[in-house]
Write a protein that binds this ligand. Structure first.
Ligand code: IVH
Length: 722
């Protein structure tokens, strides 16, 4: 459980750290009443405007302090321990309250406040900074016998008993974090090992990295290193979104994590949900004499430290650890690519010392990437719904990591020429990022005849139209959007899919049969289908025909933003569709928008803007839109969305009491119902909130307190419906 905050123990020190950035050693001292007259304190308070605070401001000030401390703690429970202790909505409420207060009092800003985790749009060119301690890499091996050699060398060199700390080698991007007086003051990438990029703002958005340490006992200045990772789940989601927008996919979570960390906008970094494990503590006054114990201390201070570290005394224990994790790592939420072995005792580490490149007291054992050798029989080309042409390798079936692999994606023409592929070649397949099989190498020694390199096709395999390839793009496209069968079918399949129009009863196979029977040619034809037509198709039962018709009818209520997404405009994924729907409000307004209007929408770049313009100016698409409009689809925001109706307060009941300054009592009533809440006249156990203005009746106050009902003020309420 979280310790309850005792606000009487809060000091201004908690609120205003030495936030004057790097290396600034002049930490503020806790302010003590008895020293109130001291010049230093007064001068300091002056800069913060604290000498002239009203009692309301002092109350706000204390609240800011309490909220920051509380939110730091909840971040730790949620992102480090994976054990949240409060509801997400309560966390969000507290965060909003803090944001409001920081907005109201901008001069109380703190670079390490939990609100800073959302990032900003500021385009930061990274500055290069020198590492306090050089970031060396580790000696690498793929061979178990070299692990034994390492163990024996350590044994001989130390000539004493020793322990090896075995731990997972996380496969992300390494980071150095500097803490001063318990606050994160700098985060730097590895760079060339001597200097790296200052990515502090981006790193602050990673919730599992503490901005403010907990407890005590940490050195006043220290460095901790670790790995920034993109969890598999986030990686898969990100790649499927990118696939839909036809953007280049990240090959693995490591590339995705490092690419994300180098994003110029920390707001974008925040959206990517990176994680971090810390594995190496450096500094002058470390609390313990062993690596393992120091890492346990780091855990206490709030860092995410792996719970899978193990102390080994014998080489057999080391080998067991390796064998166990080679298999078990597949169930971890993040990528690992090996095991790191470290001599545990810091004095022994010092005795063993370093070579020019790496420590003699540690080694990395890398897991062998699972790969298999097989024959490339053919390359076929698939046309996606937006016309992108993807080459796919057809292989002799081969076992790889528990599945039989028959096909591998070759991505685009560049990949084929880089591999220098020929039909009949023996090729190595690996599970790239351990999910999509890919060809990594050609075994050229196995080539019997000198063959011809594979030439990427020049015409669409489905309709014969010459392909185009935009400058700077790796992908080739078939431009025949209106006549190329896989594009036509693909667009209908996308249109009916769950996240788009979600038409019950219809699936890709039924769509194919509609095309084959010439019942449809584009998405608008769906709305003119009759049950008789559907029944005329073989094996259709009456029930399934009426299911399809009902599903199509029901889709007429799907909101505008999803209709826009369903149209399948290139680069318009769910997020962009939502953005466009809410910016322009209706299809007719969107149709009137110029390229410039579109580019000026935050989140829409030139590529998206011209794709939207091209789509909308195409007469065939215009016809589809007008037929869909005629069918009754939603081509403007609904009245709920326009009136600002939401379900943010669904399931809550409010009692309003007292007089208000910002809005009238009636306005508050309306706001509560607009957002799905209920207003009731008297307090009961079922009341969720009391919205309290000035002079709330004492009887009500007593009853509310007794029942433990949350009492909120105007601003807190407004932040709930933001
Ligand atoms: S210790 C001087 N421990 O592997 C030793 N590194 O070349 C410092 N890595 O750059 C590194 N997991 O990015 C250490 N548990 C772990 C690790 C780890 C991943 C990375 C790190 C380093 C590379 C080794």
């Amino acid at each position: 459980m979280i310790k309850k905050q005792d606000s009487s123990q809060q000091s201004l020190f908690d609120l205003f750290p030495s936030s004057d950035k790097l290396g600034g050693k002049k930490s503020l001292q806790p302010i003590d009443e008895s020293k109130d007259s001291s010049e230093e304190v007064n001068a300091h308070n002056d800069t913060l405007g604290l000498n002239t605070l009203s009692s309301l401001e002092i109350a706000d000030f204390e609240q800011v302090s309490a909220l920051r401390k509380e939110l730091h703690e909840h971040n730790f429970h949620y992102y480090v321990e994976n054990k949240p202790v409060i509801e997400d909505s309560v966390f969000d409420d507290k965060m909003r309250k803090l944001q409001d207060l920081e907005h109201k009092y901008p001069h109380w800003r703190d670079a390490n406040s939990p609100t800073q985790r959302v990032g900003s749009d500021i385009n930061s060119e990274f500055s290069q900074v020198k590492h306090v301690y050089s970031m060396l890499s580790l000696g690498n091996t793929y061979s178990e016998s070299e692990v034994r050699d390492f163990f024996n060398r350590v044994k001989t060199d130390l000539n004493d008993s020793f322990e090896i700390c075995a731990e997972l080698k996380y496969d992300g991007t390494s980071i150095s974090l500097i803490y001063e007086d318990g606050k994160l003051i700098r985060a730097v990438t590895r760079g060339d090992g001597t200097r790296g990029d200052d990515v502090t703002d981006n790193v602050k958005t990673i919730r599992s990295i503490p901005l403010q340490l907990q407890g005590n006992g940490y050195p006043s200045f220290f460095e901790i290193r670790g790995e920034i990772l993109m969890p598999w789940e986030v990686f898969d989601r990100l790649n499927s979104e990118r696939e839909m927008r036809e953007e280049a996919l990240f090959a693995n979570p490591r590339n995705a994590a490092s690419g994300t960390l180098k994003q110029q906008s920390s707001k974008k970094v925040a959206e990517r949900h990176l994680d971090a494990y810390l594995y190496y503590l450096l500094g002058e006054n470390l609390p313990k004499q062993t690596h393992y114990e120091n890492m346990q201390c780091a855990k206490e201070w709030g860092f995410k430290v792996s719970s899978n570290m193990k102390l080994c005394r014998t080489i057999e224990e080391v080998m067991e650890y390796i064998a166990y994790w080679d298999v078990a790592r597949k169930d971890l939420p993040v990528a690992t690519d090996g095991i790191v072995l470290k001599v545990n005792d810091l004095r022994q580490q010092k005795n063993l010392g370093y070579t020019a490149k790496s420590p003699r007291w540690a080694i990395a054992y890398k897991f062998k990437a699972e790969r298999a050798l097989t024959r490339l029989n053919n390359v076929v080309y698939q046309v996606g719904r937006t016309g992108a042409v993807t080459p796919v390798a057809e292989l002799d079936p081969v076992q790889l990591s528990g599945t039989v692999v028959r096909r591998a994606s070759l991505h685009n023409a560049d990949v084929i020429s880089q591999l220098d592929l020929q039909i009949g070649d023996m090729v190595y397949v690996e599970k790239g990022g351990e999910i999509i099989p890919k060809i990594t190498e050609v075994d050229k020694s196995a080539r019997i005849l000198v063959g011809q390199p594979i030439q990427f096709i020049k015409n669409c395999p489905a309709c014969g139209t010459p392909l185009i390839r935009d400058e700077g793009e790796a992908a080739s496209y078939c431009p025949n959007q209106g006549g190329c069968p896989p594009q036509l079918r693909g667009r209908v399949e996308h249109f009916i899919s769950r996240r788009a129009m979600n038409i019950d009863g219809l699936g890709p196979e039924t769509v194919d049969s509609f095309f084959d029977a010439h019942l449809i040619n584009d998405v608008s034809d769906l709305y003119w289908l009759t049950s008789e037509q559907i029944l005329s198709l073989s094996h259709r039962k009456e029930k399934s025909a009426s299911n399809i018709i009902n599903g199509i009818q029901a889709s007429k209520n799907v909101p505008f933003e999803r209709v826009l997404f369903a149209l399948g405009i290139r680069y318009v994924g769910e997020t962009v569709a939502k953005l466009l729907a809410h910016t322009f409000g209706s299809m007719s307004k969107l149709q009137q928008a110029s390229l410039d209007d579109l580019i000026h929408v935050d989140g829409v770049g030139e590529r998206i803007a011209s794709s939207v313009i091209n789509y909308l100016k195409d007469p065939q698409n215009q016809l589809i839109i007008s037929r869909l409009t005629e069918a009754g689809l939603q081509f403007s925001l609904g009245s709920d969305e326009l009136e600002g109706r939401t379900n943010k307060l669904e399931g809550t009941s409010f009692v309003i009491s007292g007089v208000f300054n910002l809005h009238s009592r009636d306005d508050y009533k309306k706001m509560i119902t607009t957002h799905g809440g209920k207003c009731v006249g008297s307090i009961s156990k079922k009341t969720t909130y009391i919205l309290a203005g000035d002079n709330m009746g004492p009887a009500k106050l007593e009853k509310a307190t007794k029942l433990g009902i949350n009492i909120i003020d105007e601003k807190q309420f407004l932040s709930m419906i933001l």
